[in-house]
Design a protein around this ligand. Sequence first.
Ligand code: NAD
Ligand code: LMR
Length: 342
Amino acid sequence: ALRASFATKAQKVDQNLQHHLQPQASFKVAVLGAAGGIGQPLALLIKMSPLVSDLHLYDVANVKGVAADLSHCNTPSQVHAFTGASELANSLKGVNVVVIPAGVPRKPGMTRDDLFNINAGIVRDLVAAVADNCPDAFIHIISNPVNSTVPIAAEVLKQKGVYDPKKLFGVTTLDVVRANTFVAQRKNLKLIDVDVPVIGGHAGITILPLLSKTKPSVSFTDEEIEELTVRIQNAGTEVVEAKAGAGSATLSMAYAAARFVESSLRALDGDGDVYECSYVQSDLTELPFFASRVKIGRKGVEALISSDLQGLTEYEQKALEALKPELKASIEKGISFAQKQT
Ligand code: NAD
Ligand code: LMR
């Protein structure tokens, strides 16, 4: 009897999971760098999505095992493995959303820009393949330094004649996830309610949380603003140091990237109420790329939310001006790298 009741309970849990996972749409998602620290948990979270019919996992090695393992989960999507450059094109055919976490992570003492020499070429080559095989897909760039890899991707797409600025996204969702977590903890708020827009870029002082725009409306002391801003800006380094040479954020990043994928799929599916922060081509400031809240629709970015930049506090306004030179230099570095290749 005990055994029977256990079986029933286990089945119930499975059924509950399945209930949320009835296929609702049939989008194809590719993860490039799928065997890595981010790629594996991200693939698992995407495998949970009811909006996905096919999950394409691409990496230069070790992807077959990851795909075999994931394919045993009784959730709707089919998992397909693609290994090495000769299988890259096939991994991209018919795909709606391409997520790129391929590349090396930081070790203690490094900046994200120190990854440029290796990751710039990886992103350039992968985005060239995206241009050739699924030019209409949404492209989510995770590989660092995001402040430069997104401009590189834009240049590659331009060179291929398929650049649609509305469909190229630098993933900065982790900055928002962190800001929401830290603010909720500091102010004893219910996590689910908290939303902090984070603008600028994705490295050090270019990460600018707009605490004055926190929802629900909260007041902070000057000390709290300074402490929270610095913690959000250094949160990546906090993880790099805690991992002590074993890499950077992977699990929280996978969570954040899965949220951004799910938002993109909802937008593609016609949901008219999808807003996320992302580092995109922008005219909100004089910089050609800038992270802000954006409205995402079927065709990609539908609007940049300019109201967040109005009525900034003096602290935020100063921080915004202070981040511009660094962000500008990172953008120019990416563009000139991509232009030198041709
Ligand atoms: P990792 O080393 O664990 O995994 C990277 C994977 O990329 C590996 O499996 C590797 O084989 C693969 N790879 C390398 N070259 C490739 C290529 N040419 N094609 C396909 N795959 C290739 O690293 P990780 O911890 O997963 O981090 C990946 C990247 O994400 C790093 O650049 C890191 O800095 C960045 N990152 C960004 C954010 C963000 O917020 N945007 C957050 C965390 C990490
Ligand atoms: C992060 O913010 O965690 C990532 O950009 C990885 C890193 O190097 O900090």
